[in-house]
Design a protein around this ligand. Structure first.
Ligand code: FMN
Length: 198
């Protein structure tokens, strides 16, 4: 199996001004970087996509070359999303809908953020359906951040690292396993879906 580093970007899924999800995304980016040479990562923020008011979807993907090229090269994706009325932010859907072949048979893992006690379990259920149609292979070890407003200080420091230690390891272990396995499959098993891939 190829020992090449995995490339797994993190997508921060809400543009909201006072978003708490930003703390989660940056913290998780740090955790991925702590894995050392195993994974290369990069933060994408839906706020940075200058989405047009009068167009949508794959036809405009070349207007977002950094995202397009990153997901072409990527082995997986981490989506950090808040739960908004049991669903995901519309901006996140608009960004995901820019691509499709680039996602096929790549791993996706979810970190969900909520103000209430459920930790975004319902937004993950909603994202699973959409992710499948986009061609992703979903992991089943999620990260949940319930009552997120109590979890971080103003500088984005997670107050109780210990509480997230084993879950985060399990989350990343599964994501790495899935990403490596799927990369091996894309590189070694012919499929009509992978012709445009690396
Ligand atoms: C439009 C909207 C809908 C929301 N719906 C829910 C919800 O269904 N369940 C929940 O636990 N919190 C809900 N919240 C609160 C968010 O979970 C809360 O803002 C949390 O901090 C995560 O989102 P953030 O990254 O925007 O801060 C909602 C917030 C907004 C702005």
């Amino acid at each position: 199996m190829s020992e090449k580093k995995l490339f797994i970007p993190v997508l921060l899924g809400t543009p909201r001004k006072h978003r708490e999800s930003g703390h989660v995304a940056r913290w998780l980016l740090g955790k991925i970087e702590e894995r050392g040479g195993e994974i290369e990562t990069q933060l994408f923020d839906v706020r940075d996509f200058n989405l047009p008011p009068d167009d949508y979807g794959m036809e405009i993907k070349d207007d977002f070359p950094e995202w397009r090229d990153a997901m072409t090269r990527a082995d997986g994706l981490v989506i950090v999303t808040p739960e908004y009325n049991h669903g995901y932010p519309g901006t996140l859907k608009s960004v995901l809908d820019l691509l499709l072949p680039e996602y096929i048979h790549k791993a996706v893992a979810f970190a969900a953020v909520s103000a209430q006690v459920w930790g975004g379990v319902r937004v993950i259920e909603a994202l699973v359906q959409t992710s499948r149609e986009l061609g992703f292979a979903v992991t089943f070890t999620d990260l949940n951040f319930p009552r997120v407003q109590t979890l971080f200080d103003d500088d984005g420091k997670l107050l109780d690292e210990k509480a997230y230690e084993s879950r985060t390891k399990a989350f990343l272990d599964e994501l790495v396993w899935m990403s490596k396995t799927l990369r091996w499959g894309r590189e070694n098993l012919p499929s009509k879906f992978h012709s445009s891939q690396k």
